[in-house]
Design a protein around this ligand. Sequence first.
Ligand code: GDP
Ligand code: ZN
Length: 458
Amino acid sequence: MKLDISPIAAIATAPGRGGIGVVRASGKSLAGLIDALFPGVKLAPRHATYIPFKAANDDVIDQGIALYFKGPHSYTGEDVLELQGHGGPVVLQMLLARVLEAGSPLGVRLAEPGEFTRRAFLNDKLDLAQAEAVADLIDASTEAAAKSASQSLSGAFSQVVHQLVDQTINLRMLVEATLDFPEEEIDFLEKSNARGQLAGIVDALENVFRQAAQGALLREGLNVVLVGQPNVGKSSLLNALAGADVAIVTPIAGTTRDKVTETIQIEGIPLNIIDTAGIRTDEGIDVVERIGIERTWGEVGKADVILHLLDASLGPSLEDEKIVKAFPQGVPVVRIWNKIDLSGHKPSIDVALDATHLYLSANEKLGIDLLRAELLRIAGWQQTGESLYLARERHLIALRAAREHLELARQHAMQDDQSLDLFAEELRLAQDQLSSITGQFTPDDLLGVIFSRFCIGK
Ligand code: GDP
Ligand code: ZN
């Protein structure tokens, strides 16, 4: 994204119909735009002004609230104008068109995706981790995810990252100061307790990493694929998992032959469960069915965990053996023996070499709790009660890299001939990684990628 700071405008509310809808504009100065839209009217900053929104020919498009925020006291840090009208797609399009038309002599253009938030970042209203949290809060699929996103947006995550950066800088300064006095190097590490300081940073980083990794789980969720022969009870199990106390968040129904995805949550972790079209491996199936089956295997390839369902009253079939052979390596498989009400097994879980075996009944709701606990275990979920940061993979990668540099720094500090210059260099690299999280040290192309994933109006 090029850095074009001309004024921008966009519809800020979601498409579709709603009680109200908002057209938002942002620019270094919006005085000219306000004058063009509302000739002779003075909008007091932060005051709601009920006013007709008029077309160029004076026809009234809508009647609503105009809100003016004078920069830098606004979301973007620039002048911001919000026009709150009725939330219909047509009226909002007309309103946006009017703003663009009135503003075109002033260079007002349509905003690019994420551009409002990007300006907030560039004007230091938000750091990068907070800007990402804006998108994550909007996209949150569970209450727990929303809470963690809000936590990151408030700056709590950025703050602990800043603390790590500051501690790293302090230690680095200490080491670099000593580099100028080589004769003192030898007992420098003792005197300054540099090793102790480093250990403290590593500990703090471990804590942040754990909270971020758990938070990332809330954001990404777990992809669970249900496979098995027709009639073993896949759909029934999906319903049982989604049942009673577990809310179905987003049902996306496919056709009978297509996959059905439902996002349910267990303790706030979104599970994207894909109920696959029955897998058959025999020849002589029709083309449509084959496409359905190929899709199924495509889903299996993306799974974090495979639930392979079998009928406990019948035992495995030849088909099942073929299915098992085709499973991708390295993806955990839970072999679920369903219909134990018919077979007489007790609900139980049994970890064996080939896979975990779990006995349950979808219809009778026996052993469902065992499955839920097993899914949480596979996801790596630990219930700690501490607040989590809705981190992204990007953050985890940076935290991991920082941890590695700190470990290398520690190794340099342990050596007899204490190579302080290498020690300092590793600290600098760790610092760069940590700073990239909040955007103090982030290349422009990465910024482009991050903000282009927003939708327009954010
Ligand atoms: P799918 O084709 O694998 O999705 O299987 P369905 O979920 O549609 O179930 C097929 C049939 O098995 C239905 O008649 C279900 O009521 C039945 N069924 C599913 N789970 C159980 C169970 O735990 N016990 C018994 N007895 N029947 C079950
Ligand atoms: Zn089914």
